[in-house]
Design a protein around this ligand. Structure first.
Ligand SMILES: [Zn+2]
Ligand SMILES: [Zn+2]
Length: 432
């Protein structure tokens, strides 16, 4: 995997080099090996000697060379964010039912409850996601008047555009669902938003009360009912999402997987204070903010989800098991209903590191600049596992012996030594 070319990237690294230790002293909650590990990885990102690399060489003329550093994949790393987004998009788009209309629904938490979320993140985050799904199931069933099995892809986001705490759920939900009895896909065109707001309020507050079970939360829940009489903020993005956008997943990625503060948004760092900007959803304008460096680090790190936590989850007809079972049925049912099948979802294959490189530099990294043949993997080195692949060693051990008849004179070795173009492709993903 190739990370994005650096740039202002090192400002971000520099901030962590200079202040991470100090930050942990002030906020001991983050003084854990897990967080140290993420910071370390992020600091080493892009450095092949630290992160490991795969080296390619032209197996035809032996001159062309290319080395690719492994990316750190730390959730804190802004440099790997694009790789992460691409992978994410391809994963999610594989999980969409072709021809089904989806809606993008955002379920928010009112300001009054954000501190509670922050302090109880470990018990609340999963429950929060499930509760969003329960709310939609309840809502769709009520609207249609019959039990429907809808599906949702839920992504949890804990920060707002400026990096401040603002937990919310982005849900891509089928606008309707599978009617098991009628063996029919039911599409709901009209969604009464006022009802959704109320339902969301009830589901969220009930979940909080049942999960936290203390006096403080009871008091807050009561206050919320008094203060927000119209329910909680929910947003249903207008229009048939996939019809308007080439790819729903790509569209969604913009909202949900971008890191809290993307790199190009850091304008200034003087050692103590960081100035950055972001586009505000509220004012639709670019807002600029200057904060103390610890506040900045805090905004970045507090959005790292607990170890092993799954940010994207699939429910209902989107759940992996159900998906395969029901895919054919839905397609068949939809084929009978004309007009509904518009804007079929485009499935995007993940870009390989090679394609990414080619896209950003306009040059195929694996084509030998000397003889134009394709290069092959020469050596793969990993900081923990050491040399994983050594082509020269393989050759010595007789990897290509079968292609080179024993009777051949030694002079012909040059021709039989190298494998045909195409090289050897090895996946490095399992090695993290
Ligand atoms: Zn060559
Ligand atoms: Zn990285």
């Amino acid at each position: 995997m190739i990370a994005e070319p650096s740039g202002d990237w090192n400002v971000f690294q520099q901030i962590f080099v200079e202040h991470w230790d100090g930050f942990k002293r002030v906020y001991p909650r983050y003084d854990q090996r897990y967080y140290d590990g993420l910071v370390d990885k992020m600091l080493g990102c892009g450095n092949p000697e630290k992160m490991g690399y795969s080296a390619y060489r032209c197996l035809h003329c032996g001159q062309g060379k290319h080395r690719v550093s492994m990316s750190c994949t730390s959730s804190l790393c802004l440099r790997c964010a694009k790789v992460y987004v691409d992978t994410w998009v391809s994963q999610v788009s594989k999980m969409l039912h072709e021809g089904v209309i989806y809606r993008h629904i955002v379920l928010t938490v009112p300001a009054m409850l954000r501190t509670t979320f922050y302090h109880n993140a470990h018990v609340l985050l999963s429950a929060f996601m499930r509760c969003g799904v329960r709310c939609l199931d309840d809502f769709f069933s009520r609207v249609s008047g019959k039990p429907l099995k809808g599906g949702s892809i839920v992504v949890i986001q804990t920060h707002g555009r400026n990096g401040q705490d603002n937990p919310h759920l982005h849900i891509i939900a089928t606008s309707g669902g599978w009617d098991q009895q009628a063996k029919q896909w039911v599409h709901l065109d009209y969604l009464p938003y006022a009802m959704l707001r109320k339902k969301w309020q009830w589901h969220l507050l009930t979940m909080l009360r049942q999960t936290l079970k203390n006096k403080e939360i009871n008091r807050l829940v009561d206050a919320c009912y008094t203060r927000y009489r119209q329910g909680f903020v929910t947003n249903v993005h207008q229009g048939d999402v996939p019809a308007r956008y080439q790819s729903l997943a790509r569209y969604l990625a913009k909202y949900v997987v971008s890191p809290p503060i993307s790199l190009r948004r850091i304008d200034r760092y003087d050692g103590q204070r960081v100035t950055y900007h972001y586009r505000s959803h509220k004012s639709e304008r670019v807002e600029r903010e200057t904060v103390e460096v610890y506040t900045f680090i805090g905004r970045m790190i507090q959005h790292v989800l607990p170890k092993g936590f799954k940010r994207v989850r699939y429910y209902g007809v989107q759940a992996t098991k159900t998906f395969e079972k029901i895919k054919g049925l839905i397609r068949e049912a939809l084929a009978k209903v004309k007009g509904l099948v518009k804007g079929a979802i485009k499935i995007i294959a993940p870009m390989t590191s090679r394609q990414r490189y080619q896209q950003s530099t306009g040059r195929d990294p694996l084509r030998c600049p000397h003889c134009q043949h394709e290069m092959g993997v020469w050596r793969i080195w990993h900081p923990i596992y050491g040399v994983i692949h050594d082509e020269l060693e393989a050759v010595r051990r007789g990897k290509y012996a079968s292609q080179a008849p024993r009777a051949d004179p030694p002079g012909r070795l040059g021709r039989t030594l190298w494998p045909a173009s195409g090289g050897v492709s090895l996946s490095l993903f399992g090695l993290r």
